[in-house]
Design a protein around this ligand. Structure first.
Ligand SMILES: [Zn+2]
Ligand SMILES: [Zn+2]
Length: 444
């Protein structure tokens, strides 16, 4: 396993490299500061420059490559001058050029934090020489080749086979409290996941929000659908590493070095199923997988619509959008959703539209986040927009009406897992098989 992704090395991370080849991984606004947190994902440049390392096969290369991430806090007007890339290009989430990052002693350049393990709560203070330069064209080509995912698209037959038991009916959904991140499942009457949607974990600067959940239930041999390539949606598989041997249905997107190394773990286990680009959703019994129509990493991955029946035989649907805004989900306004998980942990989205609450007793809007996250998710504007669509939120309005909103950060006895049943009379299933009770939902 690559040391950068190895949970057991979080308190003994490798020494930071002196020079990195990196790409912009993500940008998040930091509330009330005018600042943005920019994360660059990279590989030790001196190591990559060695011909011997370049000649390694993918298995060895991705097990050994010294990966690292650099985080900077920038204000928009300075960003282009520091990163050497136009701000609009960054925000659009296009391919983005490879950059060379030269690390300097703190105070000798633009201040930054470097991490050499994804699960380390604290990185090392450093500084970077600005503006960042781009490596020679030949090197950029080598980097692009090595880190792009060359995997054939999976057939719908293979995906149906991988979904296996998930095509049976479920009792409801569970939104697991993993901290700042996303991990949802359709569960049977014993609370066992039949299918996971995302398997995330907080990482680095958000690690303080981690719930401590280390063991998941894989008793029903569930597949995992990945919404998009972001650590807070897949990193728990490097905490409970048995999940690396389950089939993963993933979107084809631009991958950074960390994501590519994660994908290699699945490739090594023959568990990587790349969603075929299609115009129509893939329906697999009660599970529909949809490819989102946006351009950014968040908006161009996979969403799931799960279906289930209440005891009167009425069919209900719930939407799991990952970090995609609702309007990026194909057919978003042609369904009535009994329940929702809010996109992007309740971040402010670029679209104000939200689905309407049908107002049934069991209707729920769940925010999946960790208390104390730096992005102040879920944002007040997100709560207000959902409130206006009938998802009554006691944190916005005095509780005159029954609350429809649940939050994974509301922990009770350690965890805040939320059960969303299809029928209002279905009680929370105690999970007896795995985790010594840590997987039993604590709210409904
Ligand atoms: Zn189990
Ligand atoms: Zn996310």
């Amino acid at each position: 396993m690559n040391p950068f992704l190895n949970f057991d090395r979080r308190f003994q991370p490798p020494l930071p490299p002196r020079r990195l080849y990196a790409q912009v991984e993500k940008i998040e606004p930091l509330p009330a500061t005018q600042q943005f947190s920019v994360r660059l994902d990279g590989v030790d440049a001196n190591w990559f420059d060695q011909p011997l390392n370049q000649s390694l096969g993918d298995g060895d290369f991705f097990a050994r490559a010294p990966l690292a991430a650099v985080e900077l806090e920038l204000v928009e007007p300075d960003a282009a001058g520091i990163l050497g890339i136009a701000w609009d290009d960054i925000l659009e989430g296009g391919a983005g050029p490879w950059l060379t990052i030269e690390l300097l002693p703190p105070t000798h350049g633009y201040p930054a934090i470097i991490y050499t393990n994804v699960f380390s709560p604290e990185g090392s203070s450093t500084a970077v020489r600005t503006p960042l330069a781009q490596p020679p064209a030949r090197r950029s080509t080598q980097l692009r080749r090595r880190f792009s995912l060359r995997a054939p698209k999976a057939s719908l037959h293979a995906i149906r086979h991988a979904l296996g038991g998930a095509t049976a009916s479920s009792d409801g959904l569970v939104v697991y409290d993993i901290g700042q991140g996303n991990c949802n499942a359709a569960v049977n009457s014993a609370g066992q996941p039949l299918l996971y949607f995302d398997f995330g974990s907080p990482y680095n600067s958000q690690m303080h929000t981690w719930s401590g959940l280390r063991q998941f239930c894989l008793c029903q041999q569930p597949a995992i659908v990945l919404s998009h390539w972001d650590l807070d949606h897949f990193a728990s598989a490097n905490i409970d590493t048995r999940a690396l041997s389950r089939p993963w249905i993933v979107p084809r997107q631009r991958l950074g070095p960390t994501h590519r190394a994660f994908a290699q773990q699945l490739k090594n286990n023959n568990c990587l199923l790349v969603w075929p680009k299609r115009s129509s959703p893939g329906a697999f019994g009660p599970i529909t997988i949809l490819e989102c129509g946006g351009t950014t990493i968040n908006d161009s991955g996979l969403a799931v619509i799960a279906e289930g029946k209440d005891r009167s035989g009425n069919t209900h649907q719930a939407l799991l959008p990952g970090d995609a805004r609702y309007t990026a989900v194909p057919g978003y306004n042609t369904h009535t959703f009994l329940s929702l998980v809010s996109p992007h942990h309740g971040a402010q989205m670029r679209s104000s539209w939200t689905p309407h609450c049908p107002g049934l007793t069991q209707s729920r809007l769940v925010h999946s986040f960790g208390r104390g996250n730096s992005f102040r998710h879920p944002r007040d504007i997100t709560r207000q927009r959902h409130q206006a669509s009938g998802w009554n939120d006691p944190r916005i309005n005095p509780p005159r009406h029954p609350s429809r909103v649940r939050e994974t950060a509301d922990r009770n006895g350690g965890y805040g897992h939320v059960f969303i049943p299809w029928d209002s009379a279905t009680a929370i299933p105690p999970v007896n098989c795995c985790g010594n009770g840590s997987l039993t939902p604590t709210q409904t």
